[in-house]
Design a protein around this ligand. Structure first.
Ligand code: HEC
Ligand code: HEC
Length: 213
């Protein structure tokens, strides 16, 4: 067969771009279903569609910024972000695996938020903090960094609208206790430390009730 080598050359030259492409979402999906060999597959906690799980405080990953996802997965690997439930699921992955996983989760469509389980009063207090801040307590509006409607800006400032309230609360408390140090300039630590328990509850409930775009 004379044609075969030509077909193979054409096929392999078509493959070259994907070898050099930064990321492969389809491969990322496979990795998400398989896991890293020692931990559990991602969907066991983050859901089949990256929707997360409010009861377990497992964050929604669907539609988060690709660069943020990659950066934060690296943070688990290098130990600047430590969580006993999460870190072990990811420690065996290579950099390319993380790029592919980030591509996959960033491309998933975002589920609608579930109905808020909070009083109108609490939601209103949360909205104030998120959109206006509380300058008397040196708390800037969340949206001043997290972007209009807290939809995120780039890999540095993740979307927080539509995220599970349980997870948002947990992260703010992690900063208060100095447990999350993946932010190179620690912008969040200072803010979290100025928030009361009640304010954390309010802002988390409000953000969780907001649609993610
Ligand atoms: C056993 C449950 C579990 C499994 C399995 C799991 N995770 Fe997680 N994941 C968590 C928890 C809990 C957190 C929050 C941890 C924290 O507070 O830092 C988290 C956080 C994350 C975050 C940070 C999200 C954010 O908004 O900052 C990313 C990214 C992530 N996981 C990716 C993955 C990937 C990719 C896999 C599969 C390879 C995976 N996880 C498997 C439980 C899990
Ligand atoms: C001065 C800028 C700034 C302001 C204002 C700010 N944030 Fe952040 N926030 C950040 C940065 C930077 C990160 C990423 C941290 C990292 O990489 O670990 C972040 C991350 C977060 C996360 C983690 C998201 C995730 O997926 O893990 C939550 C939750 C959060 N911020 C809540 C808030 C709330 C609530 C407010 C308002 C009360 C707020 N932020 C105001 C800069 C800011």
């Amino acid at each position: 067969m004379k044609l075969k080598p030509i077909v193979m050359i054409v096929a392999s030259s078509l493959l070259i771009p994907s070898v050099f492409a930064a990321s492969d979402a389809q491969r990322g999906q496979q990795l998400a279903m398989q896991g890293d060999g020692s931990g559990a597959p991602c969907l066991a906690c983050h859901g089949a569609n990256g929707e997360g799980n409010a009861a377990g405080a497992f964050p929604m990953l669907a539609g988060l910024d690709e660069g943020y996802l990659f950066r934060t997965m690296k943070a688990y690997q290098d130990g600047t972000r430590v969580n006993p439930v999460m870190s072990m699921n990811i420690d065996n992955f290579k950099e390319q695996d993380l790029l592919d996983l980030a591509a996959y989760f960033s491309q998933l469509s975002v589920p609608k938020p579930s109905a808020p389980s909070a009083t109108t009063e609490l939601l209103e207090a949360g909205e104030k903090l998120a959109t206006l801040g509380n300058w008397d307590a040196y708390i800037p509006p969340c949206s001043s960094c997290h972007g209009p409607n807290n939809q995120g800006v780039d890999e540095n400032f993740p979307r927080i609208a539509g995220q599970h309230a349980s997870y948002i609360e947990q992260q703010l408390k992690a900063w208060q206790q100095g447990q999350r140090t993946s932010d190179p300039v620690q912008l969040m630590e200072a803010i979290a430390k100025r928030l009361s328990d009640e304010q954390i509850k309010a802002v988390a409930a409000y953000l969780a009730s907001q649609p993610a775009q």
